[in-house]
Design a protein around this ligand. Structure first.
Ligand code: MTE
Length: 305
């Protein structure tokens, strides 16, 4: 992956997180969407889950939505915001199948209406060495997986994202083997921190952030969070993953944030939080070790990177 530096921030870019964090404002944002699902749930179901959300200051919305990795639209950080106008995230369906008793195809509106939406403010650490704090709106992946009744053969979960070269100019290039695919072990997928995001900053997901549905796994490097997902398949064998296929020595299947295991070409000990001048120390499991370290007990994390 290329390493780029964010443009300097001005005072105008900085939104006071207190402003949007007020439940009232969030509700107004959701109700204003005109989406049956989001709006219908706004009063009842959207919760602020303190236990899982960080109290760190969220990265300004402008940075979250203009400094992106989404190679389907190009390799520069500004490409996803600038070149995703033609992308149509609706109508949209997701197929959930594989090792389960009740495979289903579900439309995005039904997914939003049928799940309990929550705001989760998570740190995101990119493998390239930068990080953000993002207020997502979404629901736990485990709820969706439970709805298809996984069988005992379901050991992994494969995520397939959209392939639509007519709307995604970057897919005209062989930067990656399209479509972008990702995967998790079943216990990682069922972990309560693992989120399917449908929004951020109280609004629907912008195209550049993976509309209409993307994965968020906050203790792993950002590339595990596949954007614009069309298929989720329960599998017996570990699924292929996009960056691992391209450069297996640089990008492993696990990709847990780990300051003690460097990328072959750069250190992972520190990170640059967007909007900050000094680099900060990277935390094991991106600071979520208290909840997830047990998943990897006894594993050599240098080998399973
Ligand atoms: N998903 C798809 N489909 N294509 C991509 O290029 N990039 C990944 C991940 N998901 C990517 C993707 C990488 S490298 C990162 S760091 C995050 O998305 C960035 O998410 P953000 O742009 O919303 O911050």
């Amino acid at each position: 992956m290329l390493i780029r530096h964010a443009p300097d921030l001005t005072d105008n870019d900085v939104t006071d997180p207190g402003v949007y964090l007020q439940r009232r404002t969030l509700m107004a944002g959701l109700a204003g969407l005109g989406l049956a699902g989001f709006a219908g749930q706004a009063n009842a179901a959207l919760t602020y889950t303190k236990g899982f959300s960080t109290t760190e200051k969220p990265t300004p919305r402008k940075d979250v939505t203009t400094y992106n990795n989404f190679y389907e639209f190009g390799v520069d950080k500004g490409d996803p915001a600038e070149k995703s106008d033609r992308f149509k995230p609706r109508p949209w369906t997701v197929r959930i199948d594989g090792a389960c008793e009740a495979p289903r195809t579900v439309g995005i509106e039904d997914l939003i209406a049928g799940n309990k939406l929550e705001e989760r403010i998570y740190r995101m650490r990119c493998v390239e060495g930068w990080s953000m704090v993002i207020p997502w709106v979404g629901f736990p992946l485990k709820d969706l997986l439970a709805s298809v009744k996984p069988t005992s053969k379901a050991k992994y979960v494969a995520f397939e994202t959209v392939r639509r070269p007519s709307e995604m100019p970057g897919q005209g290039w062989n930067t990656l083997d399209w479509p972008y695919v990702e995967g998790l072990r079943i216990d990682e997928a069922m972990h309560p921190l693992t989120l399917m995001a449908v929004g951020l900053y109280g609004d629907v997901l912008p195209n550049q952030n993976g509309a209409p549905l993307r994965l968020v796994v906050p203790w792993k490097y950002g590339f595990k969070g596949g954007k614009s997902i069309v298929r989720i398949t329960l599998t017996e064998k570990p699924p292929a993953t996009a960056w691992n296929k391209l450069a297996p020595r640089e990008y492993g299947f696990y990709a847990n944030v780990n300051p003690a295991v460097d990328h072959p070409r750069w250190s992972q000990a520190t990170e640059r939080r967007l909007g900050e001048f000094r680099r900060r120390e990277t935390l094991p499991f991106n600071g979520y070790g208290e909840w997830v370290a047990d998943l990897y007990r006894g594993m050599d994390l240098k080998r399973f990177y």
